[in-house]
Design a protein around this ligand. Structure first.
Ligand SMILES: C[S@@+](CC[C@H](N)C(=O)[O-])C[C@H]1O[C@@H](n2cnc3c(N)ncnc32)[C@H](O)[C@@H]1O
Length: 256
């Protein structure tokens, strides 16, 4: 099994997958509330939602009084996010672009990257470019939250195969693990018609240690790690890593 370098372009299309499932939409308000607290966000603070998708969190952050910019490469998801914002009369700036080329400089009080939207690139230098872009986009003292799968958990417990019942269809996941990460084939199969659609993706698997190292290399200071959005301690048995980090208020010696 092999993921193409540009696998996200086919994967993140409504014809294959949309991250705003009913379950994910239901979870978003509590996740946003947790992040507002941990990032110490006050009304009016500027927030970048990197890889915002259809705006699950961006809309809630805006409703809570934050000045939100959602950034994503998918025109389809951004159109969905904009339509929802208009319907709810929420002012959110949605911009289209690639996370490896974040265009903002010293612009935000905080940034978030949620629901496993990091670790997509076959070349790790590109993950690093994302963190450098986030660092530049933040004001000095700006806060960052990254929420990804826990690589240690996936290696120990996920196994090569799983099936999830999604109601009218099944999601069949096949996984292959390598030193770098996980290559995964997702097949959605419609239960009645038997029709299926498949795609292969790559997730670089980060542990608490390797994510901390990359964040620190990009200039961030790590403040805390959590294992879920209720604030549980991060252990190897938690399937998520939520990292909270900060751009130092003043440039540190030897760093830009
Ligand atoms: C798993 S979804 C998460 C979406 C959203 N954060 C959420 O929680 O619902 C990953 C998102 O990353 C976006 N994405 C993938 N590759 C990207 C890239 N290179 N640059 C910008 N966005 C990208 C996709 O379009 C998709 O919206």
């Amino acid at each position: 099994m092999k993921a193409k370098p540009d696998w996200p372009e086919e994967f993140y299309r409504n014809s294959f997958y949309n991250p705003a499932s009913a379950e994910a939409i239901k979870a978003a308000p509590a996740e946003a509330a947790f992040l507002i607290e941990k990032l110490k966000l006050k009304k009016g603070a500027s927030l970048l939602d990197l890889c915002c998708g259809p705006g699950r969190h961006a809309l809630i952050f805006a409703k809570r009084g934050l000045n939100v910019t959602g950034y994503d490469f998918s025109a389809e998801y951004l159109a969905e996010a904009k339509a929802k914002a208009e319907k709810k009369k929420l002012a959110v700036r949605f911009e289209q672009g690639d996370m490896r080329h974040i265009p903002y400089k010293n612009a935000f009080d905080a940034a978030v990257n949620l629901f496993n939207s990091f670790g997509y690139f076959l070349n790790q230098e590109e993950d690093f470019a994302v963190l450098q872009g986030l660092f530049s986009a933040l004001k000095p003292g700006g806060m960052l939250a990254i929420d990804i799968v826990n690589g240690t958990y996936m290696r120990n417990y996920a196994g090569p195969y799983s099936r999830t019942d999604l109601g009218s269809s099944l999601l069949i996941e096949e996984r292959e693990f390598s030193k770098e990460g996980m290559t995964c084939a997702w097949t959605f199969m419609h239960k009645k018609t038997g029709k299926s659609r498949s795609a292969v993706f790559f997730n670089r698997l980060y542990s608490r240690k390797t994510l901390a190292e990359l964040l620190e290399k990009a200039g961030f200071r790590i403040l805390s790690f959590f294992g879920d959005f209720s604030g549980a301690r991060l252990t190897d048995k938690k399937d998520r890593i939520i990292a909270i980090a900060r751009k130092p208020a003043r440039p540190e010696k030897g760093k830009k």
